[in-house]
Ligand binder design. Structure first.
Ligand SMILES: Cc1cc2nc3c(=O)[nH]c(=O)nc-3n(C[C@H](O)[C@H](O)[C@H](O)COP(=O)(O)O)c2cc1C
Length: 141
């Protein structure tokens, strides 16, 4: 089974999670871990399992992640199992923030769900619920 883990990362946290997931799934045998800018949309359809992860930036996936997902052809992920994850600030951090931030988080959420939705829209079969991983501090681990 060929697994592809695709990630974006500004400070290294999402890359760490992507590598941990890849290792757990048996990297390097049959598992490729690629940064979002290093993968072409047509390569995604060759995977049996495709996992995409992004930092949450302004309640959404990173621009490079969104660009890649949008460029996948219609139904290109038919027969591909998919899962999505994000990294995000902690709930404590959000609770400390202004009410408007708490409200926006409630309304707009995080990156993993829109990633999963987009992959399903392109034909992928969701095999695990979208998952978030907490990062303490913008550049911390
Ligand atoms: C410009 C910017 C916007 C961010 N927006 C959000 C957000 O909307 N929700 C959230 O939970 N975290 C947000 N964060 C925190 C990032 O999710 C956190 O920096 C990220 O998980 C780090 O991952 P990376 O090291 O892979 O870049 C933001 C961070 C930055 C710098």
């Amino acid at each position: 089974m060929k697994t592809l883990v695709v990630y974006d990362s500004f400070f290294g946290n999402t890359e760490k999670i992507a590598r941990a997931i890849g290792d757990a799934l048996g990297y390097p045998d049959d598992v490729e871990i690629l940064r979002v800018g290093d993968v072409k949309p047509e390569e995604l359809m060759n995977a049996d399992l495709l996992i995409v992860g992004s930092p949450t930036r302004a309640f959404r996936p990173s621009p490079a992640t969104t660009r890649l997902l949008k460029s996948i052809a219609r139904r290109a992920l038919d027969g591909v199992n998919i899962a999505a994850f994000d990294t995000r600030v902690t709930e404590e951090e959000i609770a400390k923030g202004p009410w408007i931030l708490r409200k926006m988080v409630r309304i707009f959420g995080y990156a993993a769900k829109p990633i999963a939705d987009m992959l399903v829209k392109k034909g992928g079969t969701l095999v695990a619920a979208p998952e978030g991983f907490f990062v303490e501090g913008n550049e911390g681990h």
